[in-house]
Design a protein around this ligand. Structure first.
Ligand SMILES: Cc1cc2nc3c(=O)[nH]c(=O)nc-3n(C[C@H](O)[C@H](O)[C@H](O)COP(=O)(O)O)c2cc1C
Length: 291
């Protein structure tokens, strides 16, 4: 690796045009963004999580803005894999960039079942396997905290697809480096570092959590150094590319993550204020690097 990093435009051997991916859960399947024309500068879209059956998600409120960041408690709301295959992917076929489908499940087997169904579509390039969700079938801790479970999830996915997939790791418990190694051993073509950090806001007068599910996912530009450290640790430990996720608000942040070892960089929460963030990040990076 040479410094300063150059702006990557290829990933998994495919032309991505930009290293900036829209993070799962913050851009739908990209299909609603087509009319807004805000996909310039987007290297790839990562879809909202898809599970086998449809999920209502958590009761509202699902988003809570705090003074320094955002809490989200969506609960993997999605219409289920068959609906996605039949009704959403045909529209997403018009995207001007590759699509990765984020896959979630409640058991080790569900990940492979969802991927098997999606294999019928030619629209997407690959998958992002979200092992941050709770392993309901086995006690409720996130799949990603146990490398042995991560290995089984990745092996299950590898058996049903030859498309590339990234395993999206959790920062909430376990050893991320060991989980990343397990993902690679199971056949992952990348690892995404990382999902949201657990957070909570409590009304001090009543002692109650504002969000009904109590603990939620927290995102904030202030988390950037936590993500940089994890990207650096994981990219030094595994042979596959690392996709960073978390804390990006400026072009300089993307360059820092690339310098830490990331090969692609996701942006999520920033899109809620700046739907054109990917194009803005690219423009800032080009200015900084002179490319
Ligand atoms: C509203 C919302 C929904 C999300 N939904 C998902 C999801 O379905 N699957 C997933 O793997 N990550 C999900 N995430 C996490 C993001 O993909 C991303 O990893 C995280 O927001 C960190 O990036 P950021 O700091 O740029 O927002 C969600 C985040 C937000 C804010």
């Amino acid at each position: 690796m040479s410094y300063p990093p150059s702006i990557p435009r290829k990933f998994w051997g495919v032309d991505f045009n930009s290293p900036v991916m829209l993070a799962s859960g913050t851009a739908g399947f990209g299909e609603e963004l087509l009319d807004l024309q805000c996909l310039s500068g987007v290297g790839a879209v990562v879809s909202k999580a898809v599970t086998f059956k449809s999920r209502e998600g958590n009761p509202p409120p699902r988003l809570l803005e705090t003074p320094y960041g955002l809490l989200n408690s969506i609960g993997l709301a999605n219409p289920g894999v068959h609906h996605v295959l039949e009704h959403i992917l045909p529209v997403a076929a018009d995207l001007p960039c590759p699509l990765l489908i984020n896959v979630a499940g409640e058991s080790v087997e569900e990940f492979a079942s969802v991927v098997s169904v999606l294999e019928e579509s030619r629209v997407h390039l690959g998958y992002e396997i979200n092992v941050s969700c709770p392993n309901v079938a086995d006690g409720g801790a996130a799949f990603g905290v146990d490398p042995e479970v991560v290995l089984r999830v990745a092996q299950g996915v590898s058996r049903v697809t030859s498309r590339p997939f990234s395993v999206k790791l959790t920062p909430n418990g376990g050893d991320m480096v060991q989980s990343a190694r397990a993902a690679v051993e199971g056949g992952a073509s990348a690892v995404t570092v990382c999902n949201t950090f657990l957070g909570m806001q409590i009304d001090w007068e009543t002692g109650r959590s504002i969000l009904k599910r109590k603990v939620a996912g927290y995102t904030s530009p202030a988390l950037l150094p936590l993500v940089v450290a994890r990207v650096w640790q994981v990219s030094n430990a595994v042979s596959v590319p690392v996709i960073s996720s978390g804390g990006v608000s400026k072009g300089e942040d993307v360059l820092q993550l690339l310098a830490a070892g990331a090969r692609m960089v996701q942006v999520g929460t920033r899109l809620m204020r700046r739907p054109f963030a990917a194009g803005e990040l690219m423009a800032e990076m080009k200015k900084l690097t002179g490319e």
